[in-house]
Design a protein around this ligand. Structure first.
Ligand SMILES: C[S@@+](CC[C@H](N)C(=O)[O-])C[C@H]1O[C@@H](n2cnc3c(N)ncnc32)[C@H](O)[C@@H]1O
Length: 270
């Protein structure tokens, strides 16, 4: 089988494509990665070059294929209880929340395959027994959203789930499902997943006590970051908390929230 090599010119097309579709900036160092991620799709579609595939994406007749390309070009690395300090904070905020007029709502704004949203849900189910709460998960990738809704994982991926939560909220696969874990149906029902592009006007999702926007801003340039942060923060309630990835920072991007600790911000109470 001949390997098709992506040229600099073709790579530049895909840089532009994913920037326009998702606000993602791909540095030149990602050329091999992009070639690798799209290679299988090229073979499946029997294209002889990356340029041909790009022309299909630009034809205006291939919306499904555009989504597939976005799915392939996004990085979806995640895990249960990643950066665990945020989940301690979540518990603290949830149990001390005074506003009991509506459900306690948390948005996981780049939820990937769902591990982060279900981690949030486990903490809320445990700490807010008897109170209304809900978790909204969202992502631009349709492929990861399908996996998130399924809530079905390789057991190895649940190694960071605290043991009591594992017993309470996860079903161990047996027989043909051996080695997998299914998030319990009742917990899955409390988490709704939507396709949302953070680099575009947001749909009506309501407002939230806490927003997790973790490990996605690293893919945006400063302009995009600023716009995404402003959009996302418009859905944070006064007094609400905003959590970003541990390797990320807001710098002087916004005055809508005050930094409490690295990666933890809060909106002023009204
Ligand atoms: C590295 S994962 C982070 C997942 C999770 N938040 C975490 O910290 O474990 C980044 C996710 O952001 C999503 N993403 C990238 N650009 C996006 C955009 N413009 N709108 C919404 N989601 C986006 C990707 O599809 C991917 O699933």
């Amino acid at each position: 089988m001949n390997t098709i090599v992506i040229t600099d010119h073709e790579f530049a097309h895909f840089q532009r494509f994913i920037y326009t579709a998702a606000g993602i900036t791909l540095p030149a160092t990602k050329k091999t990665l992009v070639g690798g991620r799209l290679a299988k799709r090229l073979r499946q579609c029997r294209f002889g070059s990356y340029g041909e595939y790009f022309r299909l994406l630009m034809s205006g007749q291939a919306a499904e294929e555009v989504q597939t390309a976005v799915d392939l070009l996004t990085t979806n690395e995640t895990s249960f209880f990643r950066e665990p300090k945020h989940f301690e904070l979540l518990r603290e905020v949830a149990v001390t929340a005074h506003d009991r007029t509506g459900p306690f709502r948390v948005w996981c704004a780049a939820s990937s395959t769902g591990e982060e949203a279900y981690s949030i849900a486990m903490v809320l189910a445990d700490s807010l027994e008897g109170r209304a709460w809900e978790v909204v998960g969202s992502d631009i990738s349709r492929r990861v959203l399908e996996r998130a809704r399924g809530g079905h994982y390789i057991a190895e991926r649940t190694k960071n789930v605290p043991r009591p939560y594992l017993h309470r909220f996860c079903l161990k696969g047996v027989g043909a499902q051996e080695g997998t874990v299914l998030v319990d149906r009742a917990l899955r029902a409390r988490v709704r997943f939507f396709q949302v592009n953070l680099d575009a006007p947001l749909p009506a999702l309501g407002t939230f006590e806490l927003i997790f926007l973790r490990n996605v801003m690293i893919y945006f340039n400063n302009d995009t970051k600023r716009q995404v942060v402003s959009r996302v923060l418009s859905l944070l309630k006064p007094g609400g908390y905003f959590l970003i990835g541990h390797s990320e920072t807001l710098g002087d991007m916004t005055t809508a929230v005050k930094q409490l600790a690295p990666s933890v911000y809060r909106k002023e109470t009204a």
